[in-house]
Design a protein. Sequence first.
Lengths: 144, 137
Amino acid sequence: MSAVLKGMGIVWSEGGITFTAGIVSATNLSLPQSANFSRTSEKTDIKGNGGTVLGQVFHGFKKVLSLTVIPYHATTVAGAIVSRDAHVLKPGTTITVADASGTLMDDSYNLLSSKEGRTVDGVCTVDLEMETSDESVALTSAVT
Amino acid sequence: MLDLPQKLETAAKALIDGAGLITVFTGLSADEQVTPRAIVSAMTGREQPQGSGNFMVDLTVQVLSKADDSTIEEHRALCVSTIGLFMQDDVASQLSSIVPDFHVFGFTNRTHREVIEDRAWVTEFSAEFYCAGLVLV
């Protein structure tokens, strides 16, 4: 029995990513353009005498988030500039992310880099690279 | 589903009809054409991703007023009240709720064009709407 394809539920667009600390979206608005989220870890191979891999130990679990946003202000260009500058933060800043379409991404991240991009004929964008621990230990406390 | 463009046309027509400001026709309507009028047409679409049944459907909304009967200012005000409905931030959910077994995820590539053709003001809005032929919550 054949079935007619009527469509299916998919996740459309970026899903509503906002910042609640570090950058605060409520006062420094931005339009998320793209998000890449990954869960990574280091890996150590356990080898036997013949060099055969007998097992693998995974450790150092992390969530890694890359975001590209367009900073803006509802009514003024000056406000958009303030918002742009508020997004280009120093590495090490703790940024709290909230995702309206799920909970996996929700967390406080260490900012690894922020990159402002301007072109002669386009809108200003800000790329943010962040990571945090994917374990119960928070990574966002400063290492002393 | 091959009826997705018609569902989008029906939903878009109903959205404009709701304003009660202009007679709305759909793309291949045989009804007598009056002015001012809006023509809503969705003729083409592309399945995305392949094998899903979801389509990116091209929608065009054209508003036409006779230049002999109205000023450009009146025509533009009419466009704000009709085409402007597609600039609402919740237009996807509004369109989804109008037609049974229909869901609009969102839209992209909005364009706008205004010309004068045969002594008529013509303003055209188009966008690609990402649609599915079932109710999704």
